[in-house]
Design a protein around this ligand. Structure first.
Ligand code: NAI
Length: 332
């Protein structure tokens, strides 16, 4: 029996969470869910979008499954997602983008993984005004954070049977900050001679990913480039409705769909649950439940390929709950 923290989110969150729990249950894997509230729902109920028990639970269980949260508008509220990553030192953002057979996309056979550094770079939140008409945001890159993210990328590549790691940077212009990242990447790469290593300047990487994405495998990069290129990769495989993300640290991991809470679809039983289900697939793999993960992924691929019992954004005509029901049948 595993114990997992569950955050069922805002907007479409509760519907895609219900669908995902049903699908996980169908595999027979036993999970005790520790449910906590965060986001808009928590703000209304407890006066804060990130109550203390969310962090306490995640520190205790070490694993979380999270639906999207609406970040309340207005100053004074940090992004809850960024706060969770910082509080738990979830320094890896892992974003696999893989083509599902049957998805209509200009690209076939994509299988890319972005390993994004999750704690520093321009997301450190160090910003200030210089007088009234200028602003400065500080980009922070440290050797420690760079080395640990590159180590993660290589270890992931080895565990997942992958062949190559590409470090992405802009060291030609940002000679100190990205220069340090690149130097750290090169040093770490020497410890993994069994995996091919190369580097690319981020603008060239963006073009190459559009022109020949099949030439790439695992890519590792600082926070901002990872934010942008992981969405580019999601676009190559059919969009945000399909791709999961994992935030991983040494003591905890949090799995989530990469899309937001899509408030306009909330409560209408038409949100696509695939990204959240794929987040559960990543989570099951992390828990060592590889067979259950494989069964869900292949059932989802078969359902999408058939194209009938899927939500409207995937070309079908059924609701979130019916799509989950069809998946459960396939899994069983
Ligand atoms: P969004 O991802 O919610 O929506 C973007 C577009 O994709 C919309 O047209 C939406 O209807 C559609 N969409 C997204 N997920 C879908 C699904 N599962 N099925 C069908 N259609 C789907 O991004 P947006 O509109 O920028 O943000 C909405 C809220 O979500 C904001 O409050 C934002 O802060 C929050 N957000 C939360 C994230 C998280 O918790 N990880 C990530 C991104 C945004």
């Amino acid at each position: 029996m595993h114990t997992v923290t569950l955050i069922n989110g805002d907007g479409i969150g509760p519907e895609i969470t219900a669908a995902t729990l049903e699908v996980i249950k169908a595999t027979g894997v036993k999970i005790k869910w520790e449910e906590v509230r965060a986001g808009e729902g928590a703000l209304e109920k407890f006066g804060t979008p990130l109550p203390e028990d969310v962090i306490t639970s995640l520190k205790k269980t070490g694993v979380g499954l999270k639906a999207p949260l609406t970040t309340p508008l207005g100053s004074g509220f940090r992004s809850i997602n960024v706060a969770l990553r910082m509080e738990l030192d979830l320094y890896v953002n892992l974003r696999p983008s893989k083509t599902f057979p049957g998805i209509i996309s200009r690209y076939d056979g994509i299988d890319l993984v972005v390993v994004r550094e999750n704690t520093e770079d321009l997301y450190s939140g160090v910003e200030h005004m210089v007088g009234e008409d200028a602003a400065e945001s500080i980009k922070i890159i440290t050797r420690k954070a760079s080395e640990r993210i590159v180590h993660f990328a290589f270890k992931y590549a080895i565990d997942a049977g992958r062949k190559k790691v590409t470090a992405v940077h802009k060291a030609n212009i940002l000679k100190l900050s990205d220069g340090l990242f690149l130097e750290a990447a090169r040093n770490v790469a020497e410890q993994y001679p069994q995996i091919e290593f190369e580097d690319r300047i981020v603008d060239n990487m963006a073009m190459q990913l559009v022109q020949k994405p099949w030439d790439y495998d695992v890519m590792v990069m600082p926070n901002l480039y990872g934010d942008i290129l992981s969405d580019l990769c999601a676009g190559l495989v059919g969009g945000l409705g399909l791709v999961p993300g994992a935030n991983i640290g040494d003591h905890a991991a949090l799995f989530e769909p990469v899309h937001g809470s899509a408030p306009k679809h909330a409560g209408q039983n038409r949100a696509n649950p695939s990204a959240m289900i794929m987040a559960a697939v990543l989570m099951l793999g992390y828990l060592g439940e590889n067979e259950a993960a494989r069964r869900i992924e292949s059932a989802l691929a078969a359902l999408i390929k058939e194209g009938k019992n899927v939500t409207p954004d995937l070309g079908g005509a059924v609701g979130t709950s019916d799509m989950a029901g069809a998946l459960v049948k396939l899994i069983k």
